[in-house]
Design a protein around this ligand. Structure first.
Ligand code: PBG
Length: 324
C-alpha cells in the first residue's frame, strides 16, 4: 500500500500514538556513570572543559554514588588520579592505590552496586602513555604484565568488572588468565575493543591529567578511517575472553556499533566520551542548541545503532529525566 491509502503520519498524530510505536527506549538500566577519583578529603573539583563533571575524593565520591543510586543507576566506571606517577605506572596496581582504596570503600558502602574499573596505565605513568616505554616506544608485551597486575589488584579490592582501555595486543587474554589464576573467575571483562585514536578524548585528558608528554597514541589506538579492522579487534577480544565489547567514542562511530551488534552475540557498550559531553554542553551554554533535546537524540541514536549499554557523564541527568 502506498499513498494515499498508506499515510505514515497517522501514527505520529499525538504523543500517545507515537509512544505506542516507538522502537527504541532508554532505561536507567542501560547507564554506566563514569567517575574521576582523586586523593584528599572533601574534594569536589569541577573540570574546566566538562562543566558539572568533577574530580571527587573517595568520601565525596560516596555521596555522589548515593545520589546516582537513588536515581536508579546501577553501575559506575572508576578512573583513578594518583598523587604519584612514575615511568612504569606503579601506582596503578599497588594495594594502597587510589582505585584500590576507592573500590574497597565503595563496595563496603554499596555492596550491590556494579563497580567497573578502568584498567590502563596512562593516568599513572609520568610520560602519560598507556604502557611501558622501551627505546622510545610503548612496549606491548612488557605492558601486558603491568595491566594484568592492575586488573588483579582491582579484583582483589572488589571490582565486579575490569575494563582495559589501553589497546595493547593480547591484553584481554593475559588479564583473563591472571584473574582466573588468582581465583577471580567471576570478575568480568568489559573490553574497550574498538577504541579509536580520537581528539574527542581531549577533556578527559585534562580531567585525568593523562595527556602523553611526547608523541601520540596512534601506534596503539585505532585509525578512525578503519571499520573492517574494528571487526578484527572485537573478534580477538571475544576469543581472548571479553564478556562485553565496547566502541569508543560513540556518536561519531555509530556504524561501528551497528556492525558489532550484527556480527557478535555479545553485549555491546558504547562510550559517549568527554568530547561528546563537552560539545553538547558548550552548544547548550552558548544557546546554539537545546542541550536536553540534543542529549536525548544522541543517546537514542547510540541505542538505535545497537548499543546495549551507554557509558555517559550525563547518566544522572538522564536518570532524572526518566523519572519525570
Ligand atoms: C585511558 C582512557 C581514556 C579515556 C578512557 N580511558 C583516554 C585516552 O585514551 O586518552 C577517554 C574517555 C573520555 O574521553 O571520556 N586510556
Amino acid at each position: 500500500m502506498i499513498f494515499p491509502e498508506y499515510r505514515p503520519r497517522r501514527l505520529r498524530k499525538n504523543e500517545f500514538i507515537r509512544s505506542l510505536v516507538r522502537e527504541t527506549h532508554i532505561t536507567v538500566d542501560d547507564l554506566i556513570y563514569p567517575l574521576f577519583i582523586c586523593e584528599g578529603k572533601n574534594v569536589k573539583q569541577e573540570i574546566k572543559s566538562m562543566p558539572e563533571v568533577y574530580r571527587f575524593s573517595i568520601d565525596k565520591a560516596s555521596e555522589e554514588i548515593k545520589e546516582a543510586m537513588d536515581l536508579g543507576i546501577k553501575a559506575v566506571l572508576l578512573f583513578g588520579i594518583p598523587d604519584k606517577k612514575d615511568e612504569v605506572g606503579t601506582s596503578a596496581y599497588i594495594e594502597k592505590g587510589i582505585i584500590q582504596r576507592a573500590v574497597r570503600k565503595i563496595k563496603e558502602k554499596f555492596p550491590e552496586l556494579v563497580v567497573i574499573t578502568d584498567v590502563c596505565l596512562c593516568e599513572y605513568t609520568s610520560h602519560g602513555h598507556c604502557g611501558i616505554i622501551k627505546n622510545g616506544e610503548v612496549d606491548n608485551d612488557l605492558t601486558l604484565e603491568q595491566l594484568a597486575k592492575t586488573a588483579v589488584s582491582h579484583a582483589k579490592a572488589g571490582a565486579d568488572i575490569v575494563a582495559p582501555s589501553d589497546m595493547m595486543d593480547g591484553r584481554v587474554g593475559r588479564i583473563r588468565e591472571a584473574l582466573d589464576s588468582a581465583g577471580f573467575t567471576n570478575v568480568a571483562i568489559m573490553s574497550y575493543s574498538v577504541k579509536y585514536c580520537s581528539a574527542f578524548y581531549g577533556p578527559f585528558r585534562e580531567a585525568a591529567d593523562s595527556a602523553p608528554k611526547f608523541g601520540d597514541r596512534r601506534s596503539y589506538q585505532m585509525d578512525p578511517a578503519n571499520s573492517r579492522e574494528a571487526l578484527r579487534e572485537a573478534y580477538l577480544d571475544i576469543e581472548e575472553g571479553a564478556d562485553i565489547i565496547m566502541v569508543k567514542p560513540a556518536m561519531p562511530y555509530l556504524d561501528i556499533i551497528k556492525m558489532l551488534r550484527q556480527e557478535f552475540n555479545y553485549p555491546v557498550a558504547a562510550y559517549q566520551v568527554s568530547g561528546e559531553y563537552a560539545m553538547i554542553k558548550a552548544a547548550g551554554k552558548l544557546g546554539y542548541l537545546d542541550e536536553d533535546r540534543i542529549l536525548w537524540e544522541s543517546l537514542i541514536s547510540i541505542k538505535r545503532a545497537g548499543a546495549d549499554l551507554i557509558i555517559t557523564y550525563f547518566a544522572k541527568k538522564v536518570a532524572e529525566r526518566l523519572h519525570k
